[in-house]
Design a protein around this ligand. Structure first.
Ligand code: ADP
Ligand code: MG
Length: 266
């Protein structure tokens, strides 16, 4: 290959990015329309949404209640399908997949966190986090090992053996994050994860997301709160089923803007 221009000696060698055709966005929506119901009762929740999310990006989706955020998230999470348009994950058009194949994509690639923590009450934190692995055919010792590692990542090493009702809201949500992480998904989706948390617990949770993103996970989260959105590298605003603003704060491969490295929540 010939180089068109001489380079300065101190300049690092040129990076060789993969050809554009190989750099697939993790997520791609093409003119997605979602309609609930039919006839007079039909509600158009998404009215033509196009969006590409790259690997390692950290995206906040903001917008008023009813604007279509959760609908968008459910499609991105393979929990629902578009009425019109295309949704691709890692370049695969999901309309070519059947229910079972969609479930496989969901289980292998995606970790979900919801506003309600959805933990099983009579199980310890560790048991809750192990649960997604019981379908993966792993030995008990391996499941335990991985669940412990996930709980360590969210700063809950000392609360592993208690049940959810002995944990604060913030701690419960961090258990839910550990549960989302334990299958090692590349993509984490969170629908208003701080919606039930106070300011301090929200802050701790966002620090966990910051560190996960810095470690290479792609994150898409929905939020109402500006100080939560401030953690993201890109902020997308949805209004009446459409994207009305898309603000890039820092590059997908950069560190998250508010990353605070040494702080590990207890
Ligand atoms: P957001 O998460 O931004 O609050 P949603 O995506 O939940 O918004 O909802 C967008 C619109 O679609 C709203 O008008 C809502 O009432 C409607 N909607 C959402 N889910 C359903 C459903 N399962 N059936 C009928 N309408 C729905
Ligand atoms: Mg919602």
């Amino acid at each position: 290959m010939t180089r068109p221009l001489p380079r300065h000696a101190a300049e690092p060698p040129p990076a060789t990015p993969p050809p554009a055709a190989e750099r697939q966005p993790v997520i791609r929506l093409v003119s997605v329309v979602k309609t609930y119901g039919t006839g007079e009762a039909a509600v158009q929740a998404l009215r033509g949404v196009s969006l590409a999310v790259e690997e390692r990006d950290y995206v906040a989706i903001v917008g008023a209640s009813g604007s279509g955020k959760s609908t968008m998230m459910n499609i991105i999470g393979c929990l629902d399908v578009p009425s019109e348009g295309q949704f691709l994950i890692d370049g695969i058009d999901t309309s070519s997949l059947d229910e079972q194949q969609l479930a496989v994509v969901r289980n292998r690639k995606i970790g979900f966190v919801f506003q309600a923590f959805n933990l099983i009450p009579r199980m310890t934190a560790l048991g809750n986090v192990e649960l997604p692995l019981s379908y993966a055919g792993l030995r008990a010792a391996e499941r335990r090992h991985r669940a412990e590692a996930a709980l360590r990542l969210v700063g809950l090493t000392d609360r592993m053996h208690v049940q959810p009702n002995q944990l604060s809201g913030g701690q419960q949500q961090r258990v839910a994050v550990a549960r989302a992480l334990v299958t090692a998904p590349s993509l984490i989706l969170a629908d208003e994860p701080t919606g039930n948390l106070d300011t301090e617990a929200s802050h701790d949770l966002m620090e966990v997301f910051d560190r996960l993103n810095a470690a290479g996970r792609t994150i898409v989260l929905i939020t109402h709160e500006a100080d939560v959105a401030a953690h993201a590298k890109r902020v997308i605003q949805v209004q009446d089923g459409r994207i009305v603003a898309d603000r890039r704060v820092t590059a997908p491969g950069a560190l998250p803007p508010l990353l605070n490295r040494p702080a590990v929540p207890s």
